[in-house]
Design a protein around this ligand. Sequence first.
Ligand code: ZN
Length: 533
Amino acid sequence: MMKTKAFALLLATSFTLSAAAQTPSHFDGQSWWDHIKVLADDNLEGRDTGSRGEHEAEKYAVEQLKLSGAEPAGSDGFYQPVKFVSRQIVEKDSSVTLIKDGKREPLVLGEDIIVSTRVMPAPEVAAGLVFVGYGLKIPEKNYDDLAGLDLKGKIVVIFGSSPERIPGALSSHYQTMAERWKSLRAAGAVGVITVMNPASMDIPWSRIALNRTHPSMDLDYPEFNETEGDKLGAYMNPASAEKLFAGSGHTFSEIAALGKDRKPLPRFPLAVSVEVKTQVEVTRLESANVVAKLPGSDSALKNEYVVLSAHIDHVGIGEPINGDKIYNGAMDDGSGSALVLDMAASFKKNPEKLRRSILLVLVTGEEKGLLGSKYFAAHPTVPAKSIVADVNADMFLPIVPLKIMTIQGLDESDLADRAREIAQSMGVKVQADPEPERNVFIRSDQYNFIRHGVPSVMMDVGAEKGSPEQKVFKDWLTQRYHAPSDDINQPVDLAAAAKYEEITRALLINVANDAQRPSWKPQSFFRRYSAGN
Ligand SMILES: [Zn+2]
């Protein structure tokens, strides 16, 4: 008992602990895993946004939060309702045809190309194609892939990566649909075909194609329409991409070889044009974020909030793989949701004097494009300016011992510095994202807090480049990520999970109790969103 208290107190006040004093003491990994067993049970059917299973998962979360003494902090008790529009392509009434020298070549949907419904496609679009390299315009770095090209009325073809000379967080930011479309629209483009980078695909094409007709969703509020004028968003199988480059004087293999090392790419008009017809079924549905708080004790600072977030939704039921059609989402993001519940319980079991309040946010719709967090960040259930930080946990993968941690946003804020020092004080090394081309920085909910000026981090169990552990992660992504086998029958390292939770707890306590709220680094690009903070 005494050791625990002294330990927490030290962490809150200083970072100069020796590694020897660092036995995790609040978590055993087991209670975390027990929550995952519930959330990733087949009975919850993969927790698709708006589904019965997701609803059940949220009910379980609310019960657990109540047991831990957390208070409701949504707009409707623990809940914040969110409305969605759902879009499903009708493939039999949809087609993509390439046209070259008057000759028509139909593409096979699913095999050659996938028409995304994340952006509502126009019923019909026909346009010439221009290859625009990485398709990025980044004024801060004097970088412009669109310069000198006539893109009026054209569909652009993009190689799905980013150039080496642009820092990871910045290039990820400009690769978001909203940011990318701003510059493409200004240049007159009417659609985008992304050729996936074979060197950085987390999931093999065959698995992506398997669930291509699963409905996609968007927030059902006009304020979130960020792709006005975009008539087509499609993804090309790299194995079929030569078809786009025929007659252009370039080959896709040449492009992929340069792109693999993120080298500069040529940009040029293509010799083929495209004709696309799409039929989409549109429905509307509702889900909710879950929001709870652990109130702080300081009379002034308790009105400020440190957010701990994770997404409770996953992708639901899909095409069967090895006879299993339930995509359980144990790690993605049962692991983060379980951490939030476990964290609340740990503060009940080992109370800690918190000056600021901790806001526990379990968002919906992450898998559909970070939608629940987008809604929450735009319409928080506490005053926007009172949110001082977001610590997001999404698929942090304690499947190897926790010796090194990857921190997303490491160079952007002093929140990341605090995370680094805490991790190091517990004998864990820290690294920036070793694979920025995977764009993890924009692929989870912290990004929406960042867009609203809130210093944010996401931490993951990491591996050094070229290490055996890195192979473990790579294999996990290939085989289990967004597959039915991300379930409770997979090996996990409970000690790594416990240590990760301990670091997260220490970070929350630090931010809750420090006199200063976290701030962006002066040189951080993302500082611009924090006007007035
Ligand atoms: Zn996911």
